[in-house]
Write a protein that binds this ligand. Structure first.
Ligand code: PAF
Length: 282
């Protein structure tokens, strides 16, 4: 497995693979990989001849008071995991390789970015859209793999690819959970044992809401109220949002009469802001 840090090296390798008629999958990540990322890479290996994993903590998608500096990093451990799965190349650029001092072009989106995480993280999705379009241009993958855990991000990337006619198929992969239900996240490492237990309130509230909807509840307000009450029963939890949104537009809805995503973001002890969701399509 190659680990490369320049755009030139990625382009040369991908060109050589394509010349041989091989298909290429891309798994964009920010590193500190866990089983959620591993599931994306395994899916990539199933569906493509070659898999590139990018590991880049993208400064553009972090706001001024967010966790860019403290975001966990461990390239050696990440490389071991990628190698064990059969990833063919890691692209691990420095920020200067991705953003020259003269950089001033951005990919931005409205509607889908306005609610949920976009409300409290106003620059986040511009950073995500910009870096993902750069990665698509650099790697030129046939398919790119994203986790459903970031449901808003997945919807945004799908929309961007369609709107801008980017020639890549976006594959969404299911949320991977710990045995006790907590959705896997690199940010779970911010929590001590007690906070880790408190964080279970996220998946508990997701399962509660999911059951209500699957049992036929169509009043979004009732679902949100029940999930909110559950989260508020945990003293270490502070809600950022609990919302039922249209799966296409990511805009809040009142009646569950179409494909939806119910998404939550919760701070645990003000140390970690964790997200979770469920999708429903009757
Ligand atoms: O989901 C992530 O880890 C990031 O937002 C992504 C897609 C790698 C872009 O930096």
């Amino acid at each position: 497995m190659k680990i490369v840090s320049t755009i030139k090296e990625v382009r040369e390798q991908v060109k050589a693979w394509k010349k041989e008629g091989l298909t290429v999958g891309l798994v964009p990540t920010m590193g500190y990989l866990h089983e959620g990322h591993a599931s994306l890479m395994k899916k990539g290996k199933e569906e493509c001849d070659k898999v590139v994993a990018s590991i880049f903590v993208n400064p553009m998608q972090f706001g001024p008071n967010e966790d860019l500096a403290s975001y966990p990093r461990d390239l050696d451990k990440d490389a071991t995991l990628c190698e064990s799965i059969g990833v063919d190349m890691i692209f691990h650029p420095e920020p200067e390789e991705m953003y020259s001092p003269h950089f001033c072009s951005y990919v931005d989106m409205n509607v889908l970015t306005e609610d949920l995480c976009g409300k409290t993280r106003p620059v986040h999705f511009r950073g995500v859209c910009t870096v993902c379009s750069k990665l698509f241009n650099i790697v030129q993958p046939d398919k790119a793999f994203f986790g459903q855990k970031d449901a808003q991000q997945l919807a945004i990337i799908k929309r961007m690819v369609e709107d801008l006619n980017i020639d890549v198929e976006i594959i969404g992969c299911p949320i991977v959970r710990e045995a006790d239900g907590l959705a896997k996240s690199s940010r779970n490492t911010y929590l001590n044992e007690e906070e880790r237990k408190a964080a279970l309130v996220l998946s508990q509230s997701i399962f509660l809401g999911q059951k209500m909807v699957e049992d036929g509840e169509t009043d979004a307000k009732k679902v949100v109220a029940a999930m909110t009450e559950k989260i508020q029963s945990e003293p270490m939890a502070r809600i950022d949002y609990v919302k039922v949104v249209d799966a296409m537009t990511m805009q809040p809805i009142d009646v569950i009469d179409r494909p939806i995503v119910t998404a939550i973001a919760v701070y645990i002890n003000e140390k970690a802001r964790l997200i979770d969701n469920f999708s429903f399509d009757k």
